[in-house]
Design a protein around this ligand. Sequence first.
Ligand code: PLP
Length: 312
Amino acid sequence: MLRFFVCRVAGVTESNMVWPVLREIAMPRIAYVNGRYVAHRDASVHIEDRGYQFADGVYEVCEIARGFIVDMTRHLDRLDRSLSELSIGWPMHRSALIVVLREVIRRNRVGNGLVYLQVTRGVAPRDHPFPDGVRPSLVVTARKIDPETLRHKAETGVKVITVPENRWDRVDIKTVGLLPNVLAKQKAKEAGAYEAWFVDPDGTVKEGSSTNAWIVTNDGILVTRPADHGILRGVTRTTLFDVAARLGLRIEERAFTVEEALSAREAFLSSATTLATPIVAIDGHPVANGHPGSLTLSLRQAFFEIAEKSPA
Ligand code: PLP
């Protein structure tokens, strides 16, 4: 009877397909919060966590693909840099953190998706200066993403809009202080676009709200802004340098304008979850013929093979 009822609720017929579906429905998501694995719906941090009150913390997002954590070493190296730029200690030894990442992925049965980790300075009575003797807080979550959704996005390409750069000048640190990025992404969404490019007063493109920005010139050269303090040094961006080298493609690290992007052969964006995804329009104007570029798709295709893969 119970079996019949659950099948009705799940909208499936009682067949061999039923039990895997039911297991998915019954399986609660699990998060790691400061030393404990807890049900995702009950996971919470203290109201005086400095991440909550001051955005005083950093984060990382790693792609999980076909059962592997992609580019974990580079993500943890960047975490190390972000923490040290803000004088926040590691919440635990790096090898212990890797165990936690794997455990959260395992408990949520993520084969394709992402793992998110966030470290804040910790919990202390609200006061701006760094508090003495607090332990950094650590939260880890993981979730599935259907690879088909991402593939579809790559096959159709995405649209971007441009917005004036209005962020602080240390966006090279991957902090949880993302309000300008949130507002820019929302503006993109309202315009029917996927991403917003931050543009400097001189007309040059910095990066997207959660992605790095690239173009391919008519000579087939990949162009992306130098990763100084003006953009986040994306891990995907770094690995794309390896992919380009393998494919015999040249990269120039220099600023480019929106006009140059519009007359380029291709434009694309990169991040751990989107990899290299073609851009087909900027501010409503088509890039090249308005279709995904072939070089971008080749980079995307070669990415997994060349990236570091650690068993999840
Ligand atoms: N730029 C910004 C502002 C980002 O937030 C991100 C990713 O979150 C990226 C670029 C891409 O970085 P990665 O390739 O490491 O995901």
